[in-house]
Write a protein that binds this ligand. Structure first.
Ligand SMILES: [Zn+2]
Length: 208
C-alpha cells in the first residue's frame, strides 16, 4: 500500500483512511498536492501552476477514499488547526470565528458565516506580493472591515433581514487587482443559505 498523497509505502493496517469529501475539504484548504507529484506533471512539459491545477481537478473528481501515511495525516491536521479561516468547499470560506468577535447582527443570528470565493479574492485576500504590487494592507484587517460593517449594519436592519432574507451594505476596500492603491465602494449582500447540513449566512458581492 502507498500513501495516496506522498507515495510513501505503508504496511498493512498502517495509515489513515479519509473519505473523498473530507479529502476535498483538505484540498480546498491547501493540503494534498505533494511536491513529488507536481514535479512529475511538470516534467511532462507544463508549468507549475498548470500542474497544480491538473492535479487539483483530478483529485477533486475522485470519489474513492484516500489513504494517508502518518506523516501526511499529521501535516493535514496541523494545517487545519493553524487556519483561522477554512474553505468549506471550493466556493465558500468560513469566517465564523471573526464574525463572532465582531458580534452585532452576527451575534443576533448565531449562524456560521461564510464569504464567497469571489468576495474573498477581491476584498479580503492579501499577500506580501500584493503589498509589493499595490500598497500595504493586512488580510486580517481587510476581513475585519468586511465583517465589522456587515455586522453593525445588519443589526440596525435585523427585522428587515428576517422579512426579506437579504441585507445589502457597502464597504470601502482596495480591490485586489494588481494595480489599485485607493479604496473604492463595494456593494455586498448577505443571504441565508442551506449548505453542508447547516444554515449559513453567506456574504457575496452584489452582481453588477
Ligand atoms: Zn504520505
Amino acid at each position: 500500500m502507498l500513501c495516496d498523497v506522498c507515495n510513501a509505502s505503508l504496511d498493512q493496517g498502517q495509515g489513515e483512511w479519509v473519505t473523498a469529501d473530507a479529502f476535498r475539504y483538505l484540498l480546498n484548504n491547501g493540503f494534498g498536492i505533494h511536491e513529488s507529484n507536481i514535479e512529475m506533471v511538470v516534467s511532462a512539459g507544463v508549468t507549475r501552476d498548470e500542474a497544480i491545477d491538473i492535479l487539483r481537478r483530478q483529485y477533486t473528481a475522485s470519489s474513492s477514499d484516500w489513504l494517508l501515511c502518518g506523516e501526511c495525516a499529521r501535516e493535514a491536521t496541523a494545517k487545519l488547526a493553524g487556519m483561522r479561516e477554512r474553505w468549506i468547499d471550493a466556493e465558500h470560506v468560513a469566517v465564523t470565528r471573526t464574525a463572532e468577535e465582531v458580534g452585532h447582527g452576527f451575534h443576533t443570528l448565531g449562524a456560521p458565516v461564510a464569504l464567497t470565493k469571489i468576495l474573498w479574492t477581491k476584498c479580503v485576500e492579501w499577500t506580501e506580493e500584493d503589498t509589493h504590487k499595490q500598497c500595504y494592507q493586512e488580510q486580517d484587517a481587510r476581513l475585519w472591515d468586511v465583517l465589522a460593517t456587515g455586522g453593525a449594519t445588519l443589526q440596525l436592519r435585523i427585522n428587515l433581514f428576517f422579512k426579506s432574507q437579504c441585507h445589502k451594505y457597502t464597504v470601502l476596500c482596495i480591490p485586489r487587482d494588481g494595480v489599485a492603491t485607493e479604496a473604492v465602494a463595494v456593494r455586498l449582500v448577505m443571504r441565508p443559505k442551506q449548505m453542508h447540513e447547516s444554515f449559513w449566512l453567506v456574504i457575496n458581492l452584489v452582481e453588477p
